[in-house]
Design a protein around this ligand. Sequence first.
Ligand code: IYR
Length: 224
Amino acid sequence: MSHTDQGFQALTHTEYSPEEMLRRAKAFYTEHDARRTVRMFSDRPVDREVIELIIKTASTAPSGANKQPWNFCVVTNPEVKAQIREAAEKEEYENYHGRMSDDWLEDLKKFGTDHLKEFLTTAPYIIVAFKQAYDLDANGNKQKNYYVNESVGLACGILISAIHNAGLVTVTHTPSPMNFLQKVLERPDNERPFLLLPVGYPAGDAEVPIISRKGLEEMSVWYK
Ligand code: IYR
């Protein structure tokens, strides 16, 4: 984004034949339907360039007034990962032992989750998405951003697709509360942690829960 961005230019657009459109839509769906949230990671290294491209892909998301109110912090340092794991597990212990309702714990049973977050030290990368409630202009004045949660949520969705497209896996981890990430990663006051995503290869023996996705009739309504 540049402050000199202005004016209009002709749209660059690719149109497909109806057959090609259908083929592409099916292929895209099939690819996305194969994505699974994974909590068991391998420590196999992943090229930094792939992670850079995944983040650049996420940053193509639409955002309120094109403010792009996100910042992706990439952690590879084992000591920092260990620090994040220790703080996250401390919060999660409290969540699983009193802060979460019985209904919530019941809903999570089938995922086999607990307060232990080994993936935070095993995965080669941790990406922490921060949202920027405002920017500071050259004079240090606050410039408010718009639809920040929606914008960063969209960017994270595209991030997850890009991770899957590269043949890597992730889990959307939201240690709660997660303000410790602001301190550990030394982020400025206009940034708040939004989502934490470990990224890497799945463990060779990784398992995932047996779950299903809602069908079209369950999750869409078509008006006449
Ligand atoms: N944040 C906790 C609990 C948790 C909550 C939901 I909603 C999930 O879908 C999965 C886990 C944790 O990460 O374990």
